[in-house]
Ligand binder design. Structure first.
Ligand code: ACM
Length: 555
């Protein structure tokens, strides 16, 4: 295969040389690369375009110390499958032998997630302060290889070569997340892993797994089997957006449900660990809890027997603030923290209507007894109790920005979704913040103005350009306060997203744009340049068999 015929006879000869099965020859030492050979997203901090190409072939070896065994094995598998070569990782000292990919740790690198990648025609070196940094160097190497590197089977007629470069790279934010709601619709474990792989490919580091909802409880809790026997299944689902008038709403009449067993959760967490992705589980409280209350009516305020939710929107049912509820939630969270090593646990906190607490004698008596001002302070009391429990187990909480109402729990972080105001207020109170404002980070919104020709979505309009334009650090904050902005996250609510294809369509390419927002330096961001790289990146989506929105490529 001749890649660039325009370069003339010398290039052709070099490429013929490369195609022959020998590596690190002097011919590929002088190969002239161009800007086109370095299409990396998110854009690295510093990248040099150099002459020469490193060829992957049967002589390629990956070498590093024992601490890098997992990353080495990951790279070996990534290279071996599509090339058809048996490339292995060997534990050893960093000898610069020809044909070697060296993985190394270097404590002098400042940022925990930073890496340096040096590609020469004969040796590649990936260095990080931590194994995570080395993993990100491998992700960059992945993107410097032909797109066919994403193939799950052997590909022939590909020259597996990597352009020479010196890259110094480091992320802008420490929190770079993607959320997925599996309450409204759920997706197979294999898809969850694919989602995590995409997160890693984009050098994002957090998967926020929204596991409980009014319309379905999705995680097995051994102590409370009815959560999944009853709470994981709804009898039917609203058709389309549904009418505001209850009597006009149409339902599909089809039971829907399912859940992840603890074994499956462990499998997901193990995969995420390998991919250097933290999984933050979300157990919603006190609202969005109808499925749990349907399973255990004693957790509700009225004692009524409810059904698991079948329509979208906000339900009036929320947990009663009783000792029974706290005992239940502490039991649930005990099982949850045994499954998830994440330091941060998401406790929800959004959209909890206070009507039932206003009408409940127990809740009103508790407000008086605790000297609380109103139901917002009761919510704050509720969340503080949960925080105290989780802190005692060595975990911290994060909640949606409603947890500001009635007073923030002492150590809570805030996820700002109703615009940026909640995030600004929390940072001003010296609390950590993850920005997920709807106008920039809600990937359940439409991607084009021509809504008629798009699959049904919840509403809104969020084109990829707008995601790319997002600046997560609000200018309203002082330099000191800005330090509390940990990063940003794309949210994927799935009321209308019934299939994995549709989830892919909604996240791509918006997630790719967000990845650059949270990784690349502010100065390094440039839309036209990104758009060019995105065009190239979309060919990688194709090899990965991903479904994606194409509006941005059609302009
Ligand atoms: C939310 O979108 N209700 C956090």
């Amino acid at each position: 295969m001749i890649r660039r015929t325009k370069r003339g006879i010398k290039t052709a000869l070099i490429l013929i040389g490369l195609a022959v099965n020998y590596s690190c020859t002097d011919e590929n030492k002088d190969f002239v690369n161009s800007n086109e050979d370095y299409q990396i997203i998110p854009k690295p901090l510093k990248l040099e375009i150099l002459n020469g190409r490193f060829l992957i072939n049967s002589d390629t070896k990956i070498i590093g110390k024992k601490e890098l065994e997992k990353e080495g094995a990951y790279l070996a598998e990534m290279l071996s499958i599509p090339t058809g070569e048996n490339i292995v990782f060997e534990i050893g000292e960093n000898k610069s032998k020809k044909g070697t990919i060296l993985l190394a740790l270097d404590n002098s690198i400042e940022n925990e997630e930073a890496y340096n990648l040096s590609v020469k025609y004969d040796v590649i070196t990936i260095t990080g302060k931590t194994t995570k940094g080395v993993f990100y160097g491998i992700q960059t190497l992945r993107q410097l290889l032909p797109n066919e590197i994403e193939s799950n089977e052997k590909k022939t007629n590909i020259i597996w070569s990597i352009p020479a470069t010196e890259i110094i790279d480091s992320p802008r934010y420490v929190y770079r997340g993607m959320h997925l709601d599996v309450g409204r619709h759920m997706f197979p474990v294999d898809f969850i892993k694919k989602y995590i792989d995409l997160i890693a490919l984009h050098k994002m580091n957090t998967f926020h797994w929204h596991l409980t909802e009014d319309q379905g409880w999705r995680i097995e809790i051994k102590k409370y089997p009815k959560l999944t026997e009853i709470g994981a299944f709804r009898k039917e689902t609203l058709v389309g957006h549904g009418s505001t008038a209850k009597k006009d709403r149409e339902y599909d009449g089809k039971p829907y449900g399912g859940f992840y067993t603890q074994e499956e959760v462990k499998e997901v967490v193990a995969y995420a660990t390998k991919m250097h992705v933290t999984v933050i589980p979300e157990i919603e409280l006190p609202g969005h809890s109808l499925a749990a209350i349907a399973a255990y009516p004693e957790l509700g305020n009225t004692g009524e027997q409810y059904e698991v939710g079948t329509r979208w929107g906000v339900y009036p049912e929320i947990y009663a603030p009783t000792d029974k509820t706290f005992e239940f939630l502490e039991d649930v969270l005990t099982e949850v923290i045994a499954l998830f090593p994440s330091k941060i646990i998401h406790i929800g906190g959004d959209e909890a209507p206070k009507k039932q607490w206003k009408e409940s004698k127990f809740a009103q008596d508790l407000i008086k007894k605790e000297g609380l001002k109103d139901e917002h302070e009761l919510q704050s009391y509720f969340i503080k109790r949960i925080e105290k429990f989780l802190n005692s187990k060595g975990r911290d909480i994060i909640g949606w920005d409603e947890i500001l109402e009635g007073g923030l729990a002492p150590n809570a972080a805030v996820m700002s979704w109703r615009g940026t105001e909640g995030g600004i207020a929390a940072a001003k109170q010296n609390h950590y913040v993850v920005m997920t404002p709807g106008h920039y980070c809600y990937f359940d919104h439409y991607q084009s103005e021509d809504k008629e020709n798009e699959p049904l979505a919840i509403g809104g309009y969020l084109p990829v350009e707008k995601v790319y334009s997002y600046e997560p650090t609000p200018k309203e904050l002082t330099e000191e306060e800005q330090k509390y902005i940990l990063g940003a996250q794309g949210n994927v609510w799935t009321e209308y997203l019934k299939t994995t294809d549709y989830v892919e369509y909604m996240i791509l390419p918006r997630m790719t744009a967000l990845a650059e927002v949270v990784w690349t330096s502010k100065e390094g961001k440039e839309w036209e340049d990104f758009k060019g790289r995105l065009n190239h990146f979309s060919k990688r989506y194709d090899v990965m068999g991903l479904n994606y929105a194409k509006h941005v490529f059609q302009k």
